[in-house]
Design a protein around this ligand. Sequence first.
Ligand SMILES: Cc1cc2nc3c(=O)[nH]c(=O)nc-3n(C[C@H](O)[C@H](O)[C@H](O)COP(=O)(O)O)c2cc1C
Ligand code: SF4
Length: 603
Amino acid sequence: MPMAQGDAGVSASALEALLQRHGRDPHALLQLLRELQAEHGWLPRATLAQVAAALGLTPAQVEGVAGFYRFLHTQPVGRYRILFSDNITDRMLGSEALMADLCRRLGVAPGRVSDDGRVSVARTSCTGLCDQGPALLINHHAVVTRLDAARVAQLAGLVRGGVPVAQWPAEWFEVQDQVRRADVLLAEPPAPGAALSAALARGIPGMLSEMKLSNLRGRGGAGFATGLKWSLCRQAQGSEHVVVCNADEGEPGTFKDRVLLTRHADAVLEGMTIAAWLIGARRGFVYLRGEYRYLLERLEAVLQRRRDAGLLGTAILGRAGFDFDVRIHVGAGAYVCGEESSLIESLEGRRGTPRIRPPFPVQSGYLGQPTIVNNVETFCAAVHIALQGGAWWASIGTPKSAGTKIHSVSGDCERPGLYEYPFGTRIGRILEDCGARDTQAVQVGGPSGLCLSAFEFGRRIAFEDVPTAGAFMVFDRSRDMFEVARCFAHFFAHESCGFCTPCRVGTALVVKRMDKLAAGHGSRHDIDVLFELDKLMHGATHCGLGATACNPLRDTIAKFRPAYERHLKSLYFEPGFDLDAELSIARHLTGRDDPGAHLERLS
Ligand SMILES: Cc1cc2nc3c(=O)[nH]c(=O)nc-3n(C[C@H](O)[C@H](O)[C@H](O)COP(=O)(O)O)c2cc1C
Ligand code: SF4
């Protein structure tokens, strides 16, 4: 447990030790602040001023960074800092009631610190444990999964008794991989070094053309052609080239990268090493989201094993001049840092504000040098392409979506976990395999993706049809799709970095309207305003966060309109109006399960 710290700052010797560990590099500012906080609990102004002086930065620069990241605290927090994961899937599993119960037992209000400074309890965006929630983070270092009433009661007792987290029951911290269907990437991993040797044997032009032949498209969401990205970076001029693995995985409902980093870390790092060889990079970073901090020691151990085996470091596999090593940079609770240019800003020790593009990272990325940023799964795929060739990968899937895709399945189904399929697989097939029943909707690709209704379960996962970065959240007919959309609206407003007005104000206005509807004070006009906000934000925001923030609203209003209508104050609820009766007539008349259009006519 971190030590409580007064406002006076840290001791000079403690700070000096940290500065030395980071080579007094101002670009390591975020790591330094994280580590200082881990030691001392929070970051008083005096500490920030000491850091600024030591790194040659202004106090405003350092305070600006400390103020940006939600996992950094410039005010005192509890010695036990508890953050409940707040994805819709956690809520569906009862997280709200469990949090209220814990707060009651500990005598602390949500979002506040207890009077004795012992504990604070608050919410945080999805922690990537949707298949084993409800979950919480404790002291930004450990996760507790599968919360229930008994566990919460016991946890309250341990906190009250001052028992260190390290002495809590070990099974609470168990994170299961839950691989339900493996194809290529989740199958038995290749021996470390095998893919790298295969790539070296193909030669640089040969391996690059295999990458292009494979038609591999990035798995982080946008689906950019990986071979093309790597070629462009190789051609770009710079004093060095850099490889970055995007392990920020902040999209609610996504947890595939967590499992790949746990079970297939060698493959991820090997993919990065192949990329480094192709583009001529000596430096690599894994940007690990703060919520996955508990994986850090394991990943460091894999890195060391690979150095010892000659798979990282100097003269890799005995090749003079093939030098490459990887550092892990731990994030601090900011979804926007998954966007590649924000991620690079964060790697450089700054606030995670998205950059203006162009120039793109392949031309000017980390410290202005040509940089590739790729998703964890993309690097894993490159390993298999090195081993089996581009034509083989291209032969799997559909013409525009080659290979397999991993889905993080959660929500209303019997068997949540990871499912890997070739592209082109029907939504309905995944629902059957995971044991979903009476399904009303699936949110594919997370809140910024698509919400599909039962009419669309014949559609296929593919860039040509339903693209996805990997989340697959299932909602049965007992769920209120308005509440699902409202939860996502809160997520985007919470995660907006505030840099551009359309997103900062737009996401707040969306939340206001949704909350008004939820409170039963809304009217049709509010729904019209939501449509307007969607249009406005789509074209006017600075980055993809704002552009996609209204996706869940647009989809749910169009496909689950009655869920919204139920919340309208006056539209249908004149005396004598029976919404359920109207819905059943509408179903009968239209033969459809979402008779929103009929109700529209009624109004
Ligand atoms: C708000 C936002 C969040 C993002 N989060 C992630 C993320 O967590 N992981 C990821 O790989 N890509 C994320 N991306 C996409 C990245 O910007 C980038 O396209 C991706 O890392 C490129 O890798 P790929 O070519 O392998 O897909 C995000 C984009 C936006 C706009
Ligand atoms: S769209 Fe939102 S997250 Fe992106 S830069 Fe603007 S305010 Fe920040």
